[in-house]
Design a protein around this ligand. Sequence first.
Ligand code: SAH
Length: 345
Amino acid sequence: MEKTDIKSLYFSELEQMLGEMGEKPFRAGQIFGWLHQKLVTDFEQMSNLSKELRKKLLDQCRLTVLEPSQVKVSQIDGTCKYLFRLADGNVIESVWMKYQHGCSVCISSQVGCRMGCRFCASTIDGLARNLTASEMLEQVYRIQELKGERISHIVIMGSGEPFDNYDQVIRFLKLVSHQQGLHISLRNITVSTCGIVPGIRRFGEEGLPVTLALSLHAPNDEVRRTLMPVANRYSLREILAACQEYFEKTGRRVTFEYSLVKGVNDNSGEAKALVRLLRNMHGHVNLIPVNPVKERDFERSDKKAIQEFKGILEKEGIAVTVRREMGRDIQGACGQLRRSFLEGG
Ligand code: SAH
């Protein structure tokens, strides 16, 4: 019999499972606390449960715990990058960053990715598999334990497309924000998508006050299609309508991510087109100088081009920031550490 992934269960499911085992309902609260607040790594550590119950849990359940197999610490800004080994031998990466407002973790939602964005290292070998909610939680839990500091913010911007693993991502969000768990505010969580329209729509219906980030990267469909295959499926018109709907349903302003690639999407005409595209949107633009990936020949825009691009947006009243770069010396960008690991580098 397949063992139950106990860390992925909702509170009510845990109660039900324990009921079926003939246990009292209050056990659910105790066990949930051990799993999601005390962050234990072993059933043996659940010291207020009877030996018999711990044995039953061990027999029937799987306790997902991630082991870091590599940790890199940036000498520039203290950013840490973790390579975690999963039970099946796959590896994923997560990043810890310290800001004035708290500690933030960037987690992966899939092993690899099948979206095929041309500038991204995560997608080079395609998708291996989806992550479970417990594997997403563990990235946060283990890093908090290793750093010994409370994590206050989460971005789902590591490897993978969250809306390609929709159900587990929702489960993750509800568990990580649960009162009897780490209780991280949903307002401090960002989910980034390449623009899967049905996913955005459905996400808006969930009623979760999470920030949505859209990977825009181009001011029109033509340029976008050269960078992101998903642009062949959904037009910007549809995507932006879904983002506007998301804002109306949740009251959360959308973040538009725009990676600047030299000679591809960074000229002043493109900045002006972006202004026209976003003029009536409730959101702001986050410019990201593209991180060159060695398998691809994209180059980052010059400092001057970045400032000019930003200036045009600002002048036209579009809220814009240039992303502060973290962990540049430790392969901070999406999927780069995992790739170098897979290549034995
Ligand atoms: N699949 C989701 C989330 C993961 S990618 C998405 O597409 O949004 C997180 C962000 O990093 C996306 O905006 C993505 O386009 C960007 N990104 C990926 N590789 C990059 C690179 N080499 N340089 C700059 N940004 C990159």
